[in-house]
Design a protein around this ligand. Sequence first.
Ligand SMILES: *[C@@H]1O[C@H](CO)[C@@H](O)[C@H](O)[C@H]1NC(C)=O
Ligand SMILES: *[C@@H]1O[C@H](CO)[C@@H](O)[C@H](O)[C@H]1NC(C)=O
Ligand SMILES: *[C@@H]1O[C@H](CO)[C@@H](O)[C@H](O)[C@H]1NC(C)=O
Length: 391
Amino acid sequence: MKPTHKLLFVLCAWLVLVFIYYASMKLHLYGLWGQKPQKVAVETSVELTKGAAVIRIAELENEINAGQIVKPVYDKQGFLLQEAKLPQELAYKYGNLSEGVCKPGYAAAKMTSIYPKFVKPAPMFLDRNFKRLAKLSNLLPPFGIKTQERIIDSILTATKYYGLGKELDRVKCKRCIIVGNGGILYNKSLGSRIDEYDVVVRLNEAPVSGYKRDVGTKTTMRITYPEGAIQKPDSYEKDSLFVFSAFKPLDFKWLRQMVFKERLRGTEGFWKSVAQYVPRDPTEMRILNPYFIYEAAFHFIGLPFNNGLMGKGNIPTLGTVAITMALHNCDEVAVAGFGYDMTSPHAPLHYYENVKMSAIKESWTHNISKEKEFLRKLVKANVITDLTKGI
Ligand SMILES: *[C@@H]1O[C@H](CO)[C@@H](O)[C@H](O)[C@H]1NC(C)=O
Ligand SMILES: *[C@@H]1O[C@H](CO)[C@@H](O)[C@H](O)[C@H]1NC(C)=O
Ligand SMILES: *[C@@H]1O[C@H](CO)[C@@H](O)[C@H](O)[C@H]1NC(C)=O
């Protein structure tokens, strides 16, 4: 072979080797960017959204230290992540009231300071103008009133009244307490403190008789759905409003039978036995505004919208619905008997029966942990006062 041929041969061999080397690199790279990158990207974006709030807070703290003006930062639901302040004139107004005096508009002002989207007007109960409540007319129960308009009309014609009652409607500054059913109320002797509130809201069948020292004697209203209603007619308190909260279309049918004192026809479709008779005059019955269920679920807690239909884990508990109602209609809001202590399985679940905490089942309808996140925001910002400190 001539030296030039030899050189060419070596060069060719070298080029082939180089080609193979780059080809394999490229394949390797393709492997890296063709499959793994997706995962890498997803992981990074998840980390970013999870970490974003934390990073922003750290940045904010730096800004505060540097004496700069701070931009507010909100979480996904629209709640302020920093500490909230009332507008100065309100802070002065409340600061100048003596201790223990009812602060007009306090709960709504506090709520607005952590949740600027809050719009206060929302009536407690449905009245004859309920069809004008735009947000309700496009959704089925429990989030709206679609398909139930006629039955609601006939119920409201019979109930005639749509407020809390003459005396309470006149009270300028109302303090409300929502009494939950939690075992945390047991043996705390909070009864007399609960009775001091203008409006005492109780839920479902939670009894008063036999537990007065712990839960008080006053019941302004009892909010109930059919399966939760007291079944023994003589266990209903006198002078209290029977407030109905619907979760299924069928519930309105039941209410009509209770209002018109008709015989209950069929109990199919209820998940447990229901009351056959409610010993209250139609004028002492109200329909809770379903807007509170809608707002609690989708605005405050952030449960899955599911096209506006009841679905897995998108129904707020009645207690949270009642708190939502109070934020719109009371000047000060307190709660007692809320919160489950999951760490002590032997603690009582309810204050009135011997069921242990460990009996609580994974709920299909509720999302207790997401709900608790919301309630914690309210307690932390002093929008509501938690007498039993279980939230
Ligand atoms: C009471 O109001 C005045 C101004 O109207 C204000 O200067 C003062 O700080 C207020 N007091 C409290 C305790 O907020
Ligand atoms: C209730 O509380 C009192 C103290 O306030 C205590 O002495 C008593 O043992 C408690 N009862 C029960 C059943 O826990
Ligand atoms: C509650 O919400 C969390 C977070 O969105 C979710 O991971 C969980 O599955 C939900 N639980 C129920 C019972 O729907």
